[in-house]
Design a protein around this ligand. Structure first.
Ligand code: GRF
Length: 215
């Protein structure tokens, strides 16, 4: 069974964004919307850390925010149920994990089947986990990159929507590579959310993702 997420009405795609830190990818979404390059509305920003700078970015943009105390995550299912509830209350149709460092469990995945989008700073399935850029840098690969995929219950797995390569140059330091990776993230994530907003992303049974031509 394939699911075409059509958006014929051209209504802005209602999204909820999950963050854990600086929120530079959240900022990229905010900027793309304000520049008229992304037909979406960020209904809520939820942070797994009360002191995440991304919360200030959201508040500056007039976006509703919720932050969870780390203690809530002592019970992952409770935390994820709370998050799912807040997302649905805010009217989010899609969930964008933008620099979110916690696992999403079935409480969220079941509420948003094939509608949770995750950003990973490596070319999955290579370099899964929370230190992807450093792992790639230390492994000596010549090319790494960025992946945007639909999250599922296995961390950093799930149907890949888009990837973009980033070369690792001889003169690169970990910092210079991180900078180039983030630059690519800030372009690729808004591009993918716009493809979804245009109804051009289709997840088929064998878990691949098709991007239809511009309708
Ligand atoms: C990004 O590299 C993201 O892929 C990773 O966390 C980093 C910081 O993201 N998960 P942000 O600046 O908080 O958006």
């Amino acid at each position: 069974m394939s699911e075409q997420f059509s958006n014929a009405s051209n209504e802005p795609l209602k999204i909820g964004v999950l963050i854990s830190g600086s929120g530079s990818n959240l900022q990229a979404l905010i900027d793309a919307i304000q520049a008229g390059n992304l037909n979406a509305k960020i209904e809520i920003v939820i942070s797994s850390k009360p002191d995440a700078y991304g919360l200030q970015r959201a508040q500056k943009a007039g976006i509703q925010t919720v932050s969870l105390n780390p203690s809530v995550y002592a019970n992952e299912r409770v935390a994820n149920s709370l998050i799912a509830e807040e997302l649905q209350k805010a009217g989010a149709e899609y969930v964008i994990m933008a620099g979110y460092m916690r696992k999403v469990t079935e409480e969220i995945l079941n509420a948003y089947p094939d509608r949770v989008v995750n950003l990973h700073p490596a070319l999955l399935p290579s370099f899964v986990g929370a230190h992807a850029i450093q792992d790639a840098f230390e492994s000596g690969v010549k090319v790494t990159g960025v992946t945007v995929h639909f999250a599922n219950e296995e961390y950093d797995r799930g149907p890949i929507i888009a990837q973009r390569a980033v070369r690792i140059e001889e003169e690169d330091t970990l910092e210079s590579l991180e900078e180039r990776i983030h630059e690519v993230e800030h372009v690729l994530l808004p591009e993918v959310v716009q493809l979804i907003a245009e109804g051009r992303v289709e997840v088929t049974q064998n878990r691949t993702v098709a991007i239809s031509q511009n309708s």
